[in-house]
Design a protein around this ligand. Structure first.
Ligand code: SAM
Length: 296
């Protein structure tokens, strides 16, 4: 077992959770490099991917793979190493492990076995994007990757669309346009979003505006569809609530004469709000009313 500089007087092994760069190789702390050099093993999401970083800093510590498909199976052997006093560092392909990356099962197992778990903080795309987007993040809700299925994705947006704090999601370039379309449908154009793309890399870009405007920018420059990206979405605003009071008044009057889908169509046209969300409101009102006209 190697002698570690910190923490002092540790009897059992230690699991270090080490943040690594999200692009620029210089974005790693001195402490992270020291720990990666000193531990007995590095558990890496993809050992070939991490080799570039480890070679760059002349880190020769043996590495083993720990990814979503083998994490559960590897835990008993890794716990045994830790219980025998060995030191292990957990890293992912980029940023902070466990942030939409593997490692949770191992960290939980180590905690349950009363093995010290020590974070070595550093980069994360979530925090980098939040710090530079220009969207309020004194309170935010991180949703990781959105569901791939359109129905599930919209459901999630509807669920979180009513909260007042900023939403932050990771998104893949393949689904970006569909996601922006859904955001526009579900949340209308009262809110701004920011797309933080390729942060700390050559083509770092921040796009800012309503979901519809940002989608337009992307369609006119498809380079914006390349690389890695984080989306920040402003939380629900008070003005939306005021607008909705008026909308609800009009909707209730129209529902006395029209079906929910007809009424929603008229109100959406009048207010500029997404038809789908007005329709959901119309259905909810209709459920509580007797004698209301139903959609056929
Ligand atoms: N653990 C990482 C972290 O702490 O940021 C995130 C890993 S997650 C599997 C990968 C996602 O993070 C990407 O699909 C993208 O949404 C986001 N991401 C990672 N690096 C990024 C970068 N340099 N710029 C923008 N987004 C990035």
């Amino acid at each position: 077992m190697k002698q570690l500089a910190e923490p002092e007087n540790v009897a059992s092994g230690v699991l270090y959770v080490v943040a690594t760069p999200i692009g620029h190789l210089d974005d790693i702390t001195i402490r992270a490099i020291d720990i990666l050099k000193q531990v007995d093993y590095i558990a890496a999401e993809d050992t070939r991917h991490s080799k570039k970083l480890l070679d760059h800093y002349q880190i020769t510590t043996p590495s083993l793979s720990l990814h979503e498909h083998n994490e559960a199976a590897r835990i008993p052997a890794l716990l045994e190493k830790l219980q025998q006093g060995e030191q292990l560092a957990l890293i992912s392909d980029a940023g902070t492990p466990l942030m939409s990356d593997p490692g949770f099962l191992l960290v939980r197992a180590a905690r349950e076995a009363e093995i010290p778990v020590i974070p070595i903080p550093g980069p994360s795309a979530l925090i980098a994007a939040a710090s530079a987007a220009g969207i309020a993040v004194n309170q935010f809700c991180f949703l990781g990757f959105l569901p791939h299925q359109p129905v599930a994705r919209r459901k999630l947006m509807e669920k979180y669309g009513s909260i007042e704090c900023t939403m932050i999601v990771y998104e893949s370039p393949h689904r970006l346009c569909a996601t922006l379309e859904d955001l526009n449908q579900v949340m209308g154009d009262a809110r701004n979003i920011c797309i933080a793309r390729e942060m700390t890399k050559k083509f770092e870009t921040f796009l800012y505006g309503t979901a519809a405007a940002v989608r337009q920018q992307i369609l006119s420059d498809t380079n914006q569809l390349k690389g890695e990206m984080v989306i920040l979405i402003e939380g629900r605003k008070e003005t939306e609530d005021l607008a909705l009071t008026e909308v609800d008044r009009l909707l209730k009057i129209l529902l006395e004469h029209l079906s929910p889908s007809h009424a929603a169509k008229v109100v959406a046209r009048y207010s500029g709000l997404p038809k789908q969300s007005i329709y959901q409101r119309a259905l909810a009102f209709n459920e509580n009313e007797t004698g209301a006209i139903e959609d056929s």
